[in-house]
Ligand binder design. Structure first.
Ligand SMILES: Nc1ncnc2c1ncn2[C@@H]1O[C@H](COP(=O)(O)OP(=O)(O)OP(=O)(O)O)[C@@H](O)[C@H]1O
Ligand SMILES: [Mg+2]
Length: 397
């Protein structure tokens, strides 16, 4: 018998809420195209799109299918009666203005909506259109990005300051002889470290390297700058088609200086609005007409995929003649928790999983061939789920 495999541990705790039902919020200055983007993304008119600032007040929510070639391939193979892809939950949020952290505009209400999401799609206006009012008077994406960054940062500083005060009061109350409060002291030291990071280092929390213990403190504070940001640069159709805008390089440089590594995706809400009601063929024809490379010219698929992976979400599949379905879970979870995404009973009564990788199925062509090659394995409670696994769960009574 081969030696027992060492238990695979998930190495680091992730920043953010635990759980699999994570949400991404659309954030940006007023009137930059957030609701119009939300509507094209959700193929609905749920979002209040209008040419005036603060059209959106209450958040609207939609579940957006996440494109995945593997899922399409599985549906071709199994030809199931029902097909359920992975979804990304998106929320259209009200516009944010300078001073929001101290209550300007829709201020605190807005920021509480940002607090409730797990990741951010930040819409940055880079299109010129005299008809569309800009609350700051003119188009300047760098200034706008700075405003949002400052507001989120200020709110975090305020929040961390409050936590720090709380810790100081508690330390006073307990005095010096509180051996039992080593953990509390450690927590206070972490909060102090976070405060310095935000103020002295002048950086967002997600850009730091934190220990698991520190991440636990960060997560308990639900800090805004800990949430992943994907920058969506809203261009005119023409600039998007020509891949040319005087702002793109500047935006890129700003992100590299301020938040290195955060993804930036150029797109055009006006082009997406043209495409939204079209069939796949019509979209391809429209792209060709505009001189874009072959295929669907929309950037929405790319944006959805980027949002999904920014939240550290992965998916596994269940496949059969009745249904091919993708199940979303946070990276780093074990088999029982993955089974629990389907039904909590599956987690509690978990016995094992028969698991093969998508790549093996694609290579061998059929489930029977994968089994014959010994590439479908029985996995126990310690198995760490991988993106693209195909699973059959076995549960007790
Ligand atoms: N790429 C673009 N080119 C031209 N006009 C655009 C573009 N993107 C959005 N717009 C226009 O900008 C206006 C504002 O859009 P929208 O209501 O979606 O903004 P919003 O960010 O949701 O605003 P609010 O913060 O007020 O809710 C609309 O008239 C929309 O058609
Ligand atoms: Mg809106």
């Amino acid at each position: 018998m081969p030696p027992k495999k060492k238990v695979e541990e998930s190495k680091e705790i992730l920043l953010g809420r635990p759980g699999n039902n994570l949400k991404i919020g659309i954030v940006g200055l007023p009137n930059v195209g957030k609701s119009s983007f939300f509507n094209t993304l959700s193929k609905s008119d749920l979002g209040k799109a209008a040419n005036f600032p603060y059209a959106t007040i209450d958040p609207e929510e939609a579940r957006i299918p996440v494109p995945d070639e593997r899922f399409d391939w599985l549906c071709e193979l199994y030809k199931p009666k029902s097909q359920v892809p992975a979804f990304l939950t998106c929320i259209d949020i009200a516009g944010l203005t300078a001073g929001a952290s101290t209550g300007a505009g829709l201020g605190n209400a807005f920021l509480s909506h940002v607090r409730a999401v797990d990741g951010i799609f930040q819409v940055v206006r880079a299109f010129d259109d005299a008809e569309v009012i800009h609350v700051e008077g003119d188009v300047d994406p760098l200034r706008d990005m700075q405003i949002i960054s400052t507001e989120l940062r200020l709110k975090d500083i305020e929040w961390v300051e409050k936590a720090l005060e709380g810790h100081k009061k508690e330390a006073k109350r307990l005095g010096n002889n509180s051996l039992a409060d080593k953990a509390k002291k450690e927590e206070a030291a972490t909060v102090e470290k976070l405060y310095n990071w935000l103020t002295v280092e002048d950086k967002d929390i997600r850009k730091g390297t934190w220990t698991n213990k520190e991440v636990e403190v960060i997560n308990s504070l639900t800090l805004l700058t800990a949430k992943p940001i994907t920058y969506l640069v809203n261009l005119s159709t023409d600039n998007f088609v020509k891949r040319k805008s005087k702002w793109l390089k500047k935006i890129h440089d700003w992100v590299q200086t301020n938040n290195p590594g955060d993804p930036i995706i150029p797109f055009s809400v006006s082009l997406e609005e043209t495409l939204v009601a079209m069939s796949e063929e019509e979209k391809a024809a429209e792209g060709e007409k505009l001189g874009l490379p072959k295929g669907n010219p929309s950037a929405l698929g790319k944006i959805t995929k980027a949002g999904y992976s920014s939240l550290h979400l992965i998916r596994y599949f269940t496949c059969g003649p009745d249904e091919v379905r993708a199940w979303t879970l946070r990276d780093g979870l074990k088999a029982p928790q993955a089974a629990g995404v389907i039904h909590s009973d599956f987690e509690q009564k978990f016995v094992c999983g028969e698991i093969m990788s998508f790549e093996d199925l694609k290579e061998h062509g059929t489930e029977a061939a994968v089994k014959a090659a010994g590439a479908q394995r029985q996995q126990g409670k310690t198995y760490l789920m991988k993106d693209g696994d195909i699973a059959y769960w076995k549960c007790g009574q």
